[in-house]
Design a protein around this ligand. Structure first.
Ligand code: IPE
Ligand code: IPE
Ligand code: MG
Length: 225
């Protein structure tokens, strides 16, 4: 079976740039191109849902220059790539607390999601100002605001995108083997795939290899085979 929902921790942009004597920001420019390549590849394969970790709730610790540059790239991507979404029938969604983003960035995210809501192919979710703990806290608050009791079902039902199924596969690039606060709730039974390759170097064949590896896994969900 191919995975229904893949989450990707796109890591190694800074190292990619450093290896070439370039500014870290140049790594993010190349990282964005890789993101488009992999979104296209996932859409070609017919993966229903892919979530890309774009900016974490902890990434504000970086310099103002780097944060500002990443926000600028997000806006540029959203504005310039609508035709890419249309040609590939890709619906763009988001997860994370966008109320804390610069208002122009937040508005572009909302507009892009609305404009692409009619596309019925692969759903690409951008995790921006996203933290797994933050999402759970916000879900619990929403459930309480709706007068619900707190249990697994009500928390799941109040996540940012309750209709998107849990993760089947998490990919992390650039050799790091940690989850860095990505989709904590949704990854309860996800399979992990770690790649030493830096994110800007990722191509469609890397995605195919990750999926092939996933297909060899035996998932038991706590049961007995
Ligand atoms: C991932 O690349 C992109 C973001 C976190 C925004 P990094 O910027 O973390 O690259 P490294 O880990 O420093 O190489
Ligand atoms: C995780 O990468 C966040 C994103 C890919 C957006 P980081 O580079 O921020 O994670 P750590 O700091 O190495 O754990
Ligand atoms: Mg990193």
């Amino acid at each position: 079976m191919t995975p229904t929902h893949i989450g990707i921790i796109m890591d190694g942009n800074g190292r990619w740039a450093r290896k070439r004597g370039l500014a870290r920001t140049q790594g993010h420019v190349e990282g964005l191109k890789a993101g488009k390549r992999i979104a296209k590849a996932a859409s070609d394969i017919g993966i229903p849902y892919v979530t890309f970790y774009v900016f974490s709730t902890e990434n504000w610790k970086r310099t103002a220059d780097e944060v500002g540059f990443i926000m600028g790239l997000v806006r540029q991507y959203l504005r310039a790539e609508f035709s890419f979404s249309r040609e590939n029938n890709i619906r763009v969604r988001y997860t994370g607390d966008i109320s804390r983003l610069p208002s122009d960035v937040a508005q572009d995210i909302i507009d892009t999601c609305a404009e692409s809501a009619c596309f019925t192919g692969t759903q690409i979710t951008l995790a921006i100002n996203y933290g797994g703990r933050d999402e759970i806290v916000r879900a619990v608050r929403r459930a309480l605001d709706n007068g619900q009791e707190i249990n697994s079902e009500t928390i799941s039902a109040h996540l940012d995108n309750p209709d998107i199924p849990d993760l089947d596969l998490i990919i992390r690039t650039a050799g790091e083997k940690r989850v860095s606060n990505f989709l904590l709730w949704e990854s309860a039974y996800a399979e992990f795939y770690f790649s030493d390759k830096l994110w800007p170097d990722w191509t469609a064949s890397d995605l195919s290899m990750a999926i092939a590896d996933f297909q060899k896994r035996e998932r038991r969900f706590g049961g007995i085979k």
